[in-house]
Ligand binder design. Structure first.
Ligand SMILES: NC(=O)c1ccc[n+]([C@@H]2O[C@H](COP(=O)([O-])OP(=O)(O)OC[C@H]3O[C@@H](n4cnc5c(N)ncnc54)[C@H](O)[C@@H]3O)[C@@H](O)[C@H]2O)c1
Length: 286
């Protein structure tokens, strides 16, 4: 799986995260098959992936020939069966337990016994997904960060059931695609979201309570704490629907109010203001 030329990586979902993972795997020399639910979603995802590679070429980070070769290594499909033969499949679909379980059950029945299944979930426990398959020793959490091409970190999440060999193979793959893995024990939110999500939800509560405008809270955290991005810009970047699902799942797990999604966040999602991906979130993206 570390030998790029002889390994094939499957990616489930060509949304924000799936296409980012596909891009870094392909630019690192791996053959990639990306599966989406519809040809429209696949086309949109692959067009965004291509645009991201073109931006890297414009910025001088990627040679035009390398971008062409990487794009040619990516195959898109709507048929799950096309993932057969992959050595590792990374799931990056909606943050919903039922959707992920049914996807993993189907993949488990399809892939070779030696293949590894990985989830990019932000807040579900890896254990409950692994337990739904007949290969919990070859099931792992690989949590990437957005935007995947730019963010170095991958959280490698082990369960009580995972084998040492799977942990090593996942770590080595992360390094082979230029990422810096950290290891953490399975718990909702892993390391980063367990600390980040309550902070983001608290910022929404502060704004809801009239503490400050969006712009002032964002400027406060950028200029006062040295954060590269204010919380509302970050919320819009992540996607408000994704953060809402994460908050619900983490609250369900810990029963601590700091994980409870505030009413304003729910209303934003009900209003279809999902952040950058829908053109409007806390800010307007024209
Ligand atoms: N957005 C982030 O910043 C971020 C960061 C780290 C992890 N994550 C996690 O990554 C996962 C994906 O998040 P996202 O932001 O890319 O979401 P997204 O909404 O941008 O993309 C999800 C994609 O999955 C597709 N999909 C749904 N069911 C599918 C199936 N059965 N097979 C194939 N494709 C399917 C959808 O059509 C959609 O295109 C979630 O679990 C999320 O929690 C998100």
């Amino acid at each position: 799986m570390t030998d790029a030329e002889n390994s094939r990586i499957g990616i489930l979902g060509c949304g924000l995260m799936g296409r980012g993972i596909a891009e870094v795997a392909a630019t690192s020399g791996f053959g990639v098959t990306v599966r989406e639910v519809s040809s429209e979603a696949l086309e949109t995802g692959l067009a965004a992936l291509r645009a991201s590679m073109d931006r890297s070429v414009k910025r001088g980070k990627l040679e035009p020939e390398a971008a062409e070769a990487a794009f040619a290594r990516i195959g898109g499909t709507t048929d799950l069966a096309d993932l057969k033969g992959c050595d590792l499949v990374i799931e990056a679909i909606v943050e919903n337990l039922d959707a992920k379980v049914s996807a993993f059950v189907a993949l488990d029945g399809l892939l070779d016994r030696s293949a590894i299944l990985a989830t990019n979930t932000s807040s579900l426990t890896v254990t409950q997904l692994a337990a739904a398959t007949a290969r919990p020793d070859r099931f792992i959490g690989m949590h990437f960060f957005n935007p995947v091409p730019a963010m170095k970190l991958v959280e490698i999440v082990g369960t009580l059931m995972v084998s040492d060999e799977t942990m090593t193979r996942a770590r080595t793959f992360a390094e082979a695609i230029g990422k810096e893995p950290i290891v953490c024990r399975d718990n909702s939110g892993f390391i980063v979201n367990r600390l980040l999500v309550p902070y983001l939800l608290d910022c929404v509560r502060a704004h809801e309570n009239g503490v400050g405008s969006l712009e002032d809270i964002d400027a406060g955290m950028r200029l006062g704490c040295g954060h590269p991005m204010g919380p509302f810009a970050l919320l819009d970047f992540i996607g408000l629907d994704t953060i809402l699902s994460i908050g619900h799942i983490m609250f369900e797990e810990y029963r601590e109010t700091r994980f409870a999604p505030p009413p304003l966040l729910k209303q934003m999602v009900q209003a279809g203001r999902l952040g950058r991906k829908s053109g409007q979130g806390f800010y307007n993206y024209g």
